[in-house]
Design a protein around this ligand. Structure first.
Ligand SMILES: Cc1ncc(COP(=O)(O)O)c(C=O)c1O
Length: 392
């Protein structure tokens, strides 16, 4: 009795190839990482521009530690609001073309905090079926009626909005780039529909920030939707190479969240050095878009190479999934790649629906053509061995 159920559940996870375990990285995050003293070519990081280990970002963090120390010791509203938080929020607002922005310790907390602050029992929140777990958790915790529409199905979204006039507030929430499929939401259409029904629109731009748009400002820049999205969420932990999450929007929205978002209010502020690193990351992107160009060059190259032996490769973003099917097959393939010095963990349920376990390849600007060729040369014979027809 007591905690005995844990052993049963762990056994069941192992039996179904669903046990999650992590590898321990002994080096900086880059295209190559060291594990157990051996070098592995990594295709599983959200460090899209390779900034996590960029000299300018490291220098900025070190300088901030020297000036402000490391820890904060308080939440923003108590005594943890430092000058670098303010500077970073100003920079994010400018980057996202909004009036203001608010930092959260992580993107996860930004999503949960914003959703729970904005909707409650009298409201409805409508989201894409493949939205990120942090949005789903926010929707569930908010107490609002929560409905999902089939992935990217805007006519179903519209029909849910049509049938939701009895609610006090109606909010629509979608990822701009879907984290496990790498495809993108039809944002212009979603904007039009939400405006038609006078609903609030929240967009999670975590994987588009630093990647999409001519200046890396995200999907809002890509589609020229400045001023048309009520709530823009983003993460500083992916292409920006740092840590933290944010909400960008009107000044009123930000003032409201400062007062109502529990995951902002009841937690210690980000360390100033993390803010300095994010500021440096955003500045780097603003000053030089060549890393973004290189990232997209890699996406196009990998797509061409993969398409030669896998049908229907969709490469709308640097996240390129190869759907395998069963968790066991995906895990076996990942293990064989690992034995050949390539790191791509298998993504399995509950992160993705049953029967769609996959390898989620993610590319970085710092991958070379030789790195991509090595992936292809290792993957190709392994894929040939998988009897099941592979579809994306
Ligand atoms: C779409 C999406 N939203 C939000 C998050 C959470 O961001 P963070 O890692 O900064 O907590 C992630 C991260 O995995 C994500 O993929």
């Amino acid at each position: 009795m007591g905690l005995d159920f844990i052993l049963d559940e762990l056994k069941s996870l192992k039996d179904h190839a669903l046990m999650r375990e992590y590898k321990t990285i002994e080096s900086a995050q880059g295209p190559y990482v060291q594990i157990n003293g051996k070098s592995y070519l990594s295709f599983c990081s959200n460090n899209y521009l390779g900034l996590a280990d960029h000299p300018k970002i490291k220098q900025a963090a070190i300088a901030a530690i020297n000036q402000y120390g490391w820890g904060i010791g308080a939440s923003r509203l108590v005594a943890g609001n430092m000058i670098l938080h303010q500077e970073l929020e100003k920079k994010i607002a400018e980057f996202k073309s909004t009036e203001a922005a608010l930092l959260f310790p992580t993107g996860y907390m930004a999503n949960v905090g914003a959703v729970c602050a904005l909707v409650g029992r009298e409201d409805i929140i409508i989201g894409d079926k493949l939205n990120h777990a942090s949005i789903i958790d926010g929707c569930r915790q908010s107490g609002a009626t929560f409905r999902v529409y089939p992935h990217n199905n805007t006519s179903q979204l519209e029909s849910l909005l049509q049938r939701s006039s009895k609610y006090r507030r109606r909010m629509v929430v979608t990822d701009s780039v879907f984290s496990m499929d790498g495809d993108t939401a039809p944002l212009p259409e979603i904007v039009e529909i939400t405006q038609k029904y006078d609903a609030i629109l929240m967009v999670d731009d975590a994987h588009a920030t630093g990647v999409f748009g001519q200046h890396g400002k995200g999907m809002i820049e890509h589609y020229r939707l400045e001023g048309k999205i009520d709530i823009i969420m983003g993460s500083l932990s992916k292409a920006i190479g740092s840590i933290g999450g944010f909400i960008a929007g009107s000044k009123h929205l930000i003032d409201f969240l400062k007062n109502k978002a529990r995951s902002f209010i009841y937690t210690t502020a980000l360390p100033p050095a993390a803010c300095a690193a994010s500021l440096a990351g955003l500045t780097l992107i603003q000053e030089d878009t060549s890393l973004i160009d290189k990232l997209w060059e890699n996406v196009r190259y990998l797509k061409t190479q993969l398409s030669e032996f896998i049908s229907n490769i969709s490469a709308e973003s640097p996240i390129i999934p190869i759907i395998i099917g069963s968790a066991e097959d995906a895990l076996n393939l990942s293990t064989r790649l690992y034995e050949n010095g390539i790191l791509i963990p298998a993504i399995r349920p509950p992160t993705v629906p049953l029967g769609t376990s996959r390898l989620r390849i993610s590319l970085m600007a710092t991958h070379s053509k030789e790195d991509i060729n090595r992936l292809i040369n290792t993957l190709k014979p392994q894929m040939a061995q998988i009897a099941q027809k592979v579809t994306i």
